[in-house]
Structures are given as C-alpha cells and as structure tokens.
Design a protein. Structure first.
Length: 91
C-alpha cells in the first residue's frame, strides 16, 4: 500500500483519508447487513479489502507500521487476559 499510494495519500491528508476509511466501513456494514449465507462472498471480501487498504493508507500517512504495531500488541496472546485463546468475559 505504501508503494502504491503513499504520495497520493500524503497529499490527501489525514482527515480526508479517515473520511474515506469511514465511508468504506459504511459500505462493509451495508454488505454485511445484506449477507446471504447461501451466496458467495466475493463482493464482501472486496469490501473487507477496501477497509483494510484505507486503514493502511491512514497508518502510512501518520507513520505507523500497522503490521509491526499489530504484532506487538496481539502477539500470540490476548493483550488483556494474556491467554491463547482469549478467555476474557464475552461481551
Ligand atoms: Zn482476553
């Protein structure tokens, strides 16, 4: 994502990129609400990809290594209960 879009993302800026992320989350939400377990999920997988792409773009602009920070926080065990699998109270 960095190599593909960083220069464009940097020009767009944090606020507009965040708005695109929220827009894509909205599209994912609408796709999930229409989900039919008997149909294929190719469309919804694209919506997941779009949300992830915009999240990566936002992280790149801010200078966060999403992979590194995710691994650091969620490496092997739940960051709250420290168990694998998580044994936190279900909410
Ligand atoms: Zn937990």
């Amino acid at each position: 994502m960095y190599d593909l879009y960083f220069e464009r993302d940097k020009k767009r800026g944090i606020s507009k990129t965040f708005m695109w992320l929220v827009e894509e989350v909205g599209e994912l939400s609408r796709a999930i609400n229409k989900i039919d377990i008997n149909k294929d999920f190719s469309n919804i997988s694209e919506e997941f990809a779009d949300v992830f792409a915009w999240l990566c773009s936002l992280a790149n602009i801010i200078g966060i290594d999403l992979q590194e920070s995710s691994i650091k926080k969620y490496n092997q065990v739940c960051p709250k209960c420290k168990n694998k699998p998580c044994s936190c109270e279900f909410k």
